[in-house]
Design a protein around this ligand. Structure first.
Ligand code: ATP
Ligand code: MG
Ligand code: MG
Length: 542
């Protein structure tokens, strides 16, 4: 964001230059009612990065004003995800700790004749509100006296009424072309247990009333929010002004980020979790930050992806390819490389001494010596991928092993296949081959060119491993109801082998398995050698 110019940065620069503010303070204000997703990453990165440009501050504020949906589990996961992305909030606040001040300022509004207690039902209120073409009608309760409103509001707060029986509304303008200004409700009754304030309150502020006060209390200079709040801005400004907040934040809207064929609404993601269609919020198929983390995405890649989408005043939907390209770019440079055999075929090298194993010292990444070295085993029996062998070479493009043809084994020797062993159904269960010890990798041998290079794992030292492959969890038939679009056949588990150097891998460690793809260790279920496919290699590499 440092070098990137965008409209919000320009506004901030102007505000610093004109001395309107002497520093920038932003906030990321999630409601703790679910886990964060990739869309939230845009808001996190935008807020933190913009503040950083000006040496400013960014608060994490839990917008916990709706007790029925909030939970401490979400509070915890949100902070974890923000930190995982690489950001440390300057302060961590809860909107609920401002409830008293919000309440006091609601009383101020009542005293100024700018708020009233309404007895209309929700349906009546909707009817009275009118619509875009028709002005609204004033509530018959709109002209209650200040004294009566004060008494009724105190009764609301003291639990004298049922939920929905009364609300406190701002008294603005029922004829406003902006629907948000037609006497919006600012307090409602709820007897739900609040995760922070427990049962202290039974009246809760509505978002449009609470949010500007929260921003103003924290001295937020620029309150960034997504585009759907553009029409709420006049109400935001009204609340700041009429509640007489000493500091005046400015709301600025930016476009929401979407990803093709990915639903990121918390409501839908929660549905998948509650119905147990996925294994949890961190299921590797989920677009949640905890899901993509477990899948193997890196914070660096996500950050590069988000920054590359730019920031604009329109909502945008980008392709999954763009996201996957960012992941690949990162892992290509930073993931260790190793060998795994996912669908094994045994090859016996009959001119190699029985019982002998040799170890070859090779780098984890040929261009990144800092990633270290490992030893790989070579011996008489190895596994190769089933798809890397065909008895008869089908055409010149087949750069793999076939009878009477020679291939190079990565980091090892050339081998030449000369016969196959088949089972009763005629399936090949073993390939017989010879190796040429002159061709050892690194020896500079160049008398012959092999037909291709394939990967392998020595059989006696090979470690059993599990590989998880994922398809889109969302069926792309958009005519179907969201609830029916979950693709339950989107997680495939395959057992195979990895080279022995991987015996002590750490959770979330990343590898490029040569010619296979990028994989990330997932030890959540207690299995040590369990790998999630993060992204395949570029499809051009075959
Ligand atoms: P959802 O609709 O997924 O439940 P939300 O907007 O209700 O998301 P909040 O917890 O209120 O979720 O979000 C915190 C911040 O993240 C808000 O400022 C919101 O605008 C922003 N945000 C959420 N989703 C996106 C998105 N897809 N793109 C950009 N910003 C987003
Ligand atoms: Mg929200
Ligand atoms: Mg929401």
């Amino acid at each position: 964001m440092e070098n990137q110019s965008n409209f919000i940065k320009t506004i901030m620069e102007d505000d610093i230059n004109s001395k309107k503010h002497d520093g920038i303070i932003t906030r990321f204000p999630p409601e703790p009612n679910g886990f964060l997703h990739i869309g939230h990453a845009r808001a996190i990165i935008t807020n933190f990065e913009l503040a950083k440009v000006f040496n400013g501050k960014t608060n994490l504020r839990y917008d916990d004003t709706n007790p029925s949906k909030e939970d401490d589990v979400y509070v915890k996961s949100i902070l974890e995800d923000v930190r995982w992305l690489g950001y440390e909030p300057n302060n961590i606040y809860f909107a609920s700790s401002y409830f008293q001040e919000m309440f006091d300022r609601a009383i101020l509004l009542i005293k100024k004749g700018l708020a009233f207690v309404d007895d209309l039902t929700a349906e009546q209120m909707a009817e009275y509100r009118g619509n875009l073409l028709e002005p609204g009608k004033e509530s018959p309760y709109r002209n209650r006296s200040v004294e009566e409103n004060l008494e009724l509001f105190m009764n609301m707060a003291n639990g004298k009424y049922k939920e929905g029986e009364k609300v406190l509304r701002a008294k603005i303008d029922m004829k406003s072309p902006n629907m948000n200004l037609r006497d919006p409700a600012i307090y409602r009754i709820s007897y739900a247990h609040h995760h922070n304030t427990k049962d202290k309150w039974c009246v809760y502020p509505m978002y449009d009333y609470a949010h500007p006060i929260e921003d103003a209390i924290e001295g937020i200079t620029h309150s960034l929010c997504s585009l759907e709040f553009e029409d709420h801005r006049p109400l935001y400004d009204w609340v700041v002004k009429e509640t007489e907040m000493p500091k005046i934040p400015r709301q600025i809207e930016f476009g929401r980020l979407g990803i093709e064929n990915t639903v990121m609404s918390k409501r839908y993601l929660k549905f998948l979790v509650d119905q147990r269609l996925v294994t949890g919020w961190d299921d590797p198929r989920m677009p949640t930050l905890s899901g993509v983390r477990r899948r193997g995405y890196t914070p660096n890649a996500l950050r590069n992806f988000i920054l590359s989408t730019g920031l604009s005043k329109v909502n945008s939907t980008v392709s999954k390819d763009m996201l996957e390209a960012a992941i690949r770019d990162d892992l290509q440079n930073n993931a260790k490389r190793a060998m795994a055999i996912i669908d094994p075929l045994k090859v016996t090298i009959t001119n190699y001494p029985e019982g002998q194993i040799e170890y070859l010292t090779v780098p984890y990444h040929s261009e990144k010596p800092e990633l270290g070295e490992r030893e790989i085993a070579f011996g008489r029996t190895i596994y190769i991928e089933k798809e890397d062998f065909l008895e008869e070479k089908p055409n010149k493009k087949f750069k793999r092993l076939s009878l009477n043809d020679e291939v190079r084994l990565f980091h090892a020797y050339f081998i030449k296949a000369y016969d196959v062993v088949k089972d009763q159904e005629g399936n090949i269960i073993e390939v017989l081959a010879t190796y040429d010890k002159e061709t050892k990798s690194g020896s500079g041998f160049d008398a012959r060119k092999p037909n291709g290079t394939i990967h392998f794992v020595e059989q006696t030292t090979a470690l059993e491993a599990t590989f998880n492959f994922f398809d889109e969890m969302l069926d792309n038939d958009e005519t179907k109801k969201l609830e029916d679009r979950f693709n339950s056949d989107s997680w495939h588990i395959v057992n195979g082998f990895v080279e022995s150097s991987l015996k002590d891998v750490l959770d979330l460690e990343k590898f490029q398995f040569l010619r296979k793809g990028y994989f990330s260790v997932d030890q959540k279920e207690g299995k040590k050698l369990n790998f999630n496919e993060v992204v395949p290699l570029k499809s051009s590499y075959k």
